[in-house]
Design a protein around this ligand. Structure first.
Ligand code: AMP
Length: 218
């Protein structure tokens, strides 16, 4: 384990056109619960996703805790000889029991630097079931995409309809005129674990440069 203290820069790394166009995912951030949830299936799914990453030689980027689905994925990656990088804010190192067996554990000065580092280090984002922390990470990443600060794909794994209500809410936001249709398409979802990578790979960022002016289109 190497323990790099980092202060993530305050702006998102500028993406080169090659980086945006490359159709190969080398590292993926997985946002997920610091709990394992009520259904043992969530743990099985986290293990299965880590095995998919191992098979595709994808580096896991996560919150660096040893607890919950986060820890399950990190353990599976390390047991399978893969690469897993944890990014944890200094104040959560004890609370979330920092995972000391990951390929690399980065310690950030605060939560914001953690999220920024995770976004900069990853080619795409997957949300497994989780709670408020997972939602915070997903929505921050989505709003950065909405602002065109990055163009990386984001997908929710939605087993047993776990995120149905949230996805329905997103549709409702569009219907009620608070969310622009092309922006809604930034949030992909599937209940099929095997479709996560293909959907991320086929993602085309919406070409809606005028989103800030969409009121003018009405
Ligand atoms: P949860 O989904 O609530 O179990 O949290 C999952 C992860 O989200 C944990 O590793 C938290 O550290 C992280 N997280 C990210 N942003 C926040 C935030 N603003 N408040 C609390 N937790 C957060």
């Amino acid at each position: 384990m190497s323990n790099d203290n980092i202060n993530a820069c305050l702006i998102l790394r500028h993406e080169s056109p090659e980086c945006i166009m490359k159709n190969k995912l080398e590292s993926i951030a997985v946002y997920c619960g610091s709990a394992t949830g009520a259904n043992p299936q969530y743990t099985k799914d986290a293990i299965a996703l880590a095995k998919i990453f191992l098979a595709h030689k994808i580096t896991l980027v996560n919150g660096g805790g040893s607890i919950g689905l986060m820890g399950v994925m990190a353990d599976t990656m390390m047991q399978g000889g893969g690469k897993a990088i944890g990014v944890i804010p200094t104040n959560l190192k004890e609370k979330e029991v920092a995972h000391l067996g990951m390929t690399q554990l980065m310690v950030t000065k605060d939560m914001h630097s953690r999220k920024l580092a995770m976004v900069n280090m990853s080619d795409a984002f997957i949300a497994l079931p989780g709670g408020f922390g997972t939602m915070d990470e997903v929505f921050e990443t989505l709003t950065w995409a909405q602002l065109h600060l990055h163009q990386k794909p984001i997908i929710m794994y939605n087993p047993n309809g776990y995120y149905d209500a949230l996805l329905k809410q997103a549709d409702h936001m569009v219907q009620e005129g608070f969310l622009y249709g092309p922006t809604r398409s930034l949030l992909m979802a599937t209940d099929d674990l095997t479709q996560l990578l293909p959907m991320l790979n086929h993602f085309k960022p919406p070409t809606a440069e005028k989103w800030l002016n969409h009121k003018k289109d009405n």
